[in-house]
Design a protein around this ligand. Structure first.
Ligand SMILES: [Zn+2]
Length: 427
């Protein structure tokens, strides 16, 4: 695909001290639509024609790639995007809610309906924005169906259990609905979620014709979106961010490799009280009382492509393991090596959950609209910075967050962000 290469890359390093917010007047902000296509790896558009997404590069901003947080999983990553907090701070540490006493696990879609999984004292942008007078909505977006401190998102649609991921007609209808929300009901901020290309990536694998076909379907949908924005007269007052939660890699299987199978090294019945395994590249174990050392010692050098940590020793740069929901033993595989427990479920041909430093886990960031630069190829950045960017676009004062300081009041980490906005906010 075509990417503008002649423009200088405007990587701006800013400090909090150099930042003077511009006073806001009433209605000085534009509307914002955030669309997430689950599991859209950063380079999925490079081996297939995507004329509509290519056109957006000329009309807006493209990051070379976006780094999601660890664990590279749907609900945790989406909640970092919408809160600007690391996973260990916002507490949505897995797609599945679980209870180590009852041994219950709730599916991804079940968990969408459980406020107690999402509401851990960190407010997502929907709630913060509506408390500051914005009208907000979530269309299938992870976390949008929960209540936060008793407060629901103004309008929220949850995916049904039988919802098909890949119905192109429904994709277009959803865009039409969202356009009506903006034009007829004056919503200011809407998040819209699609379950592809994640589903195809899992079922068929990322390096397949099926995946290329679904990317073309997404591209047609982006074309439909651009037309709908023009038809509805929103071109000059709607900003759009198109992003995703993680990438996808091909699952490595025998006879090409020796797969990771934990039951080859530990007796589950004797040692394990509860576990979350068989869920892609990442797993956790709660040992039976007094069995932590046994499990750790049995697993730590068990497989050359398996990383095993005690909770306290998990690498800090992942900003993942400090939350109380994290179980005592954490495991992740090298890219493509799924963490299998008692036996191997040969379902997924592609998966994620692996180290977010691996290029196959990187994802996309595109943006266009009145407040974005045009024809701008941005350096890669972390998805945690999307939150302060959204706050700035909506004219909303952010909650404390872990994103870039120049846009808010991040309390950790380095301060840098690709300057994506066309406006200069006094910095
Ligand atoms: Zn997935």
């Amino acid at each position: 695909m075509e990417v503008p290469r002649s423009l200088p890359l405007l990587l701006i390093l800013l400090s909090h001290a150099a930042c003077h917010p511009v006073p806001k007047t009433e209605r000085s902000f534009n509307k914002l639509l955030v669309i997430s296509f689950d599991g859209f790896r950063w380079n999925y558009d490079q081996d297939v024609d995507t004329p509509n997404m290519d056109r957006l590069v000329k009309e807006g901003v493209k990051a070379k790639y976006l780094t999601p947080p660890f664990v590279t999983m749907t609900s945790p990553s989406h909640f970092t995007t919408i809160t600007g907090r690391w996973i260990e701070d916002h507490g949505v540490i897995h797609n599945m809610m679980f209870n180590t006493e009852t041994l219950w696990k709730y599916s991804f879609k079940d968990t969408q309906r459980k406020s107690e999984w999402w509401d851990n004292g960190v407010l997502p942008l929907w709630i913060t924005a509506q408390r500051q007078g914005r009208k907000t909505a979530s269309f299938h977006f992870p976390g949008g169906g929960a209540n936060y401190s008793g407060e629901a998102v103004h309008r929220s649609l949850l995916e049904s259990f039988s919802h098909p991921d890949d119905n192109e007609t429904e994709w277009r209808e959803n865009i039409d609905i969202v356009m009506n929300w903006f034009t007829k009901e004056n919503f200011d901020f809407v998040t819209l979620y699609y379950g592809e290309p994640d589903n195809v990536g899992h079922m068929k694998g990322p390096e397949t014709e099926n995946r290329r076909i679904i990317i073309q379907q997404i591209d047609r949908t982006v074309g439909y979106l651009v037309e709908a924005i023009e038809k509805n007269g929103l071109k000059d007052n709607l900003n759009v961010i198109i992003t995703s939660d993680h990438g996808m890699t091909t699952v490595k299987k025998k006879p090409n490799v020796t797969e990771i199978l934990l039951s080859n090294f530990i007796k589950f019945k004797d040692l394990v009280k509860f576990d979350i395994l068989d869920y892609g590249g990442f797993g956790m174990i709660l040992p039976k009382p007094g069995k932590e050392e046994d499990i750790y010692n049995a697993l730590k050098n068990a497989h050359p492509h398996l990383k095993v940590y005690k909770k306290d020793e998990f690498p800090e740069h992942f900003h993942f393991a400090k939350h109380s929901r994290i179980l005592p033993i954490l495991l992740y595989g090298d890219p493509g090596y799924s963490v299998n427990g008692r036996f191997i479920l040969y379902v997924n041909k592609g998966d994620h959950g692996f180290d977010n430093a691996d290029m196959d886990m990187k994802t996309i960031f595109r943006a266009f609209g009145p407040d974005f630069k045009k024809n701008h190829l941005a350096e890669p950045f972390d998805s945690i910075h999307i939150y302060p960017l959204m706050c700035k676009l909506l004219g909303v004062t952010p909650e404390p967050h872990n994103g870039c300081h120049w846009l808010g009041c991040g309390d950790r980490g380095t301060c840098h962000l690709v300057c994506l906005c066309r406006r200069v906010y006094g910095c």
